[in-house]
Design a protein around this ligand. Structure first.
Ligand SMILES: C[C@@H]1N[C@@H](c2cn(-c3ccccc3)nn2)[C@H](O)[C@@H]1O
Length: 446
């Protein structure tokens, strides 16, 4: 039995409005982490920072005053938002999330509530506006990343200790509200906010404020899509309130990790965000460790779609406004795959079929079309398909061009083997299954 909460979830179950249905259909997003941290790029005075590049200000080898003065060097002379947007479109991304302000507090838009913005840099001009326009022009929705943590703001507190702290933090909350209102006013076409930096006591212990803030933002811009990382309830619970109910429009906890099986998502909309290296969001000159291949990222996208979630791949542009080669390569390779197989991703969702070793099923939402995305071709070449009761297979073909029709072999009740002509694939191959749910003659007829 649940307890009474003033600032817990105000809705049970997923949003059913058109805006959320659109979000749910997009499936592939591009995350961009860009800011002053791209200038050091994970290194400082010949030393390499082992943490995430966008956290370099917190490194003991980085004098904070020196970091805070990097804004005097921000001048991305090669920044071309139209190029960025075209590149994202060619990758097949349908939405983009841009860091307006990361934990360091530097604003990529000329905020009137702070001097720590692009307006004070050699670049002077607004970065965000041209980016929103370029992406929207290319049919890509834009979401604004906003960090509540603001290491630069004198009134920010991780956990207020004294009455003076609480007064300062009270001023900070007004500042946050003003900046968010400003962002909604300046960029009215954005579809939502992607909040971060909400794990500190100051935020966790003020569920009322996060609730009021969300309602304030929804009043200005009805339909805004905001994930579960914003809110805390009055008991300090985050993402899920003290009754276990999701607070927010989708579960926003999948950062550098993905759910394994459908039970892990508890029927909630969700989104996974992923770095190409192990853990670097902002530009890091020296990528170390494992760098994910396009195939790995494609499989994560397919897995996310098969579990009814969105998948967002992160990129960290350099301080001059260009992208590193490896990131350009990933966007191109993923785009080539999406050009042929995007139909299996966009509007894709959970198929409800028993998972097989060769890969993932994805159901085109609301239809009897089910895609098989084959990531592991069995040595036998036999792709086992087991359909639920009352479901028969009426047709199968690959998504290649020209499509390769497949004649399944019936191996049992609602069970088939599908075979591909060749076994040497270098990217996941997609087969479209037309199924029909029938009543009665369940003879596994093909
Ligand atoms: C989306 C990602 N979230 C930010 C982050 C994650 N974390 C973090 C903080 C505590 C534990 C684990 C992760 N700190 N900052 C990263 O800097 C990036 O912006």
């Amino acid at each position: 039995d649940s307890i009474t909460l003033q600032h817990g979830a105000h809705r049970i179950g997923n949003r059913t409005d058109a805006g959320m249905a659109r979000w749910r259909s997009l499936r592939l997003g591009q995350f961009i982490h860009w800011g002053l941290y791209a200038i050091p790029g994970g290194e400082w005075k010949g030393k390499t920072y082992n943490g995430a590049a966008e956290w370099i200000r917190s490194w003991k080898e980085m004098p904070q005053a020196e970091y805070d003065n990097l804004y005097k060097q921000f001048n991305p002379v090669n920044y071309q938002p139209e190029q960025w947007a075209l590149q994202a479109k060619n990758m097949g991304a349908k939405y983009m999330i841009i860091t307006t302000k990361h934990h360091d507090g530097f604003c990529l838009w000329p905020s009137k509530y702070s001097r720590y913005t692009v307006a004070s840099s050699p670049w002077k001009k607004d970065i965000i506006g041209p980016m929103v326009d370029a992406y929207n022009k290319n049919g890509i929705d834009v979401y604004l990343y906003f960090s509540i943590i603001d290491w630069n703001h004198p009134d920010w507190r991780a956990s207020p200790k004294t009455p003076a702290d609480s007064i300062a933090y009270g001023r900070f909350k007004v500042f946050v509200k003003n900046q968010l209102q400003e962002l909604l006013t300046k960029y009215p076409t954005i579809k939502g906010f992607w909040f971060d930096g909400t794990w500190d006591d100051s935020w966790k212990n003020d569920g009322a404020f996060s609730d009021e803030l969300e309602q304030y933002l929804q009043k200005i811009h009805p339909g805004l899509i905001i994930g579960s990382r914003l809110r805390a309830d009055e008991k300090g619970a985050r993402h899920f309130d003290s009754n276990g109910r999701l607070m927010g429009d989708y579960e926003q906890g999948w950062e550098r990790k993905l759910p394994e099986k459908i039970a892990d998502i508890h029927g909630n909309d969700w989104e996974g965000v992923m770095t190409i290296p192990e853990n670097q969001w902002g530009y890091n000159a020296r990528w170390a460790g494992h760098i994910k291949s396009a195939n790995e990222l494609i499989e994560m996208l397919v897995k996310s779609t098969s579990l009814a979630g969105n998948f967002v791949i992160n990129f960290g542009p350099k301080s001059d406004g260009t992208f590193r080669t490896e990131e350009v390569q990933r966007m191109q390779e993923i785009g080539q795959w999406m050009k042929v197989n995007g139909a299996a991703i966009y509007n894709g969702g959970y198929a409800g079929f028993e998972k097989q070793d060769w890969g993932y099923y994805i159901r085109k939402n609301g239809t009897d079309s089910v895609f098989m995305v084959v990531c592991n071709v069995p040595v036998s070449g036999d792709l086992r398909v087991k359909l639920p009761q009352q479901t028969t297979l009426t047709h199968a073909a690959t998504l290649e061009n020209p499509a390769q029709a497949i004649t399944p072999e019936v191996t049992g009740k609602n069970e088939y083997f599908l075979r591909l002509e060749t076994k040497n694939f270098h990217t996941p191959v997609v087969i479209l299954l037309q199924t029909s749910r029938n009543t009665g003659n369940d003879n596994g007829r093909f």
